[in-house]
Design a protein around this ligand. Structure first.
Ligand code: SF4
Length: 411
């Protein structure tokens, strides 16, 4: 299968899908136009009968006001009928215009299936995919999965002679994140010599919560959609415009999403069309380049390639997310709070104050106040948490791998 042909087919199927949507809209409009025409015609008939019952339009005079009013209504009804007829013709023509495309891809499930199969095959050939692409964007959070995704992307891009197409983008959520995340993301990109852009959504995470008076939750993850996904579109628009192409650009949007992380992530494809960002001038494909990797394999790749990871993993926290992630369970929120105590970060109090101010509990089942109280208790019973650089690797791969990694980092 030739990569460009497959990409063209994906775009054709997408256009057919759009045509099908437009066709359904035109069908709806046609039905409405029919209804409108019928109603206007009924009005016209009514006023016609009425005028003739009053003696006909020729008898209209200022003295005969009922007839005059009826004649006026009749004229208006005639106009409405003419307009309804024109709309009927327009919608009918639109409908006919969509028929040829529709007949080629009649069923939505066939379109979706064909796209999935084509993209799955393309994902097996990363080098060809990169050669066909015009722009390769790595969305990096600076977390462990992102750095492995970046490493794999850059390795494949070098093999394809496409490193010049690669850029990295990091979305900075401000004070909601652990210290040093943005700087680490920059260093990771600099290691490979790829352009790096930081997107800073106005107000950050805490500003968004303050404005809404509510915390996001698993069902309404406004934090990811508003703060991470939405700012991406304009950046892609700018970068595609800079390419100056006179055809549709192929954009690969690389993410560090792994199937092993959750059921919903397991259901994601390795390569998928992003219909929200795709348009006539860009075909955007989301590329989950490390989708099949386990957590252990991620750490192995980090160790084997001396990739710099954030020290927060050494504390035992499994993710470099916001300090207080709305998706995290109480166990991780308590540990995050204890780490904040150890690092003397003011975040627990900042969040608790915000929670009191908006009167909305951080999680449905418990408040952050309760989390902070539990963290204090554990610190008192046990002792404050401590960690050493390399602890994440010691836990996952053993002490020898950690020592070797630390030696690589410092050499
Ligand atoms: S890390 Fe958690 S809280 Fe932060 S943006 Fe992502 S889902 Fe929202």
């Amino acid at each position: 299968m030739r990569t460009n042909n497959a990409l063209n087919a994906v775009e054709m199927i997408r256009c057919a899908g759009k045509a099908a949507t437009a066709f359904r809209a035109a069908q709806h409009a046609l039905r409405e136009a029919h209804d409108e025409h019928r109603a206007a015609q009924a009005q016209l008939n009514h006023w016609n009968d009425h005028v003739h019952a009053l003696g006909g339009p020729d008898r209209a005079s200022p003295a005969h006001s009922a007839l005059l009013a009826a004649t006026h209504e009749l004229q208006e009804a005639e106009q409405k009928v003419r307009k309804a007829e024109a709309r009927l013709h327009r919608t009918s023509a639109t409908l006919q215009g969509h028929r040829p495309t529709l007949n080629r891809y009649p069923l939505p499930r066939n379109r979706a299936r064909a796209t999935t199969v084509l993209l799955d095959r393309l994902a097996d050939h990363p080098v060809d995919l990169m050669r066909a692409a015009d722009l390769i964007i790595i969305q990096t959070s600076a977390g462990k999965d992102s750095i492995v995704a970046m490493h794999r992307t850059v390795t494949a891009a070098k093999a394809a002679g496409c490193l010049h197409k690669v850029r990295a983008m990091h979305c900075d959520l401000g004070s909601a994140e652990w210290p040093g995340v943005r700087e680490l993301a920059r260093r990771q990109a600099e290691r490979y010599g790829i352009p790096f852009l930081v997107v800073t959504p106005g107000g950050g995470f805490l500003g968004m919560v303050e404005n809404r008076g509510q915390w996001p939750d698993a069902k309404r993850r406004l934090c990811t959609s508003t703060l991470k996904r939405d700012p991406t579109g304009p950046v892609i628009t700018t970068w595609v415009a800079e390419l100056g192409l006179d055809r549709q650009a192929i954009v690969l949007n690389v993410m560090g999403v792994r199937g092993a992380e959750s059921v919903s992530r397991a259901l994601k494809a390795r390569l998928a069309l992003d219909p929200r960002t795709t348009s006539v001038n860009r075909l955007v494909l989301t590329w989950n380049i490390i989708h099949e990797l386990s957590e252990q394999e991620v750490w192995q790749e980090i160790a084997a390639n001396g990739l710099e990871y954030h020290p927060i993993y050494d504390t035992g926290l499994p993710r470099l997310s916001c300090v207080y992630c709305v998706l995290a369970g109480p166990e991780w929120l308590i540990l995050a709070t204890r780490v904040c105590f150890a690092l003397e970060l003011p975040l627990p109090e900042t969040y608790a104050a915000l929670e009191r101010r908006i009167g909305h509990s951080f999680k449905q089942d418990f408040t952050l106040n309760a989390i902070i109280a539990a963290a204090r208790m554990l610190d008192a019973l046990d002792r404050p948490v401590t960690w050493r650089r390399g602890d994440a690797l010691r836990r996952h791969l053993g002490p020898a791998a950690a020592d070797q990694y630390l030696a690589t980092l410092t050499s």
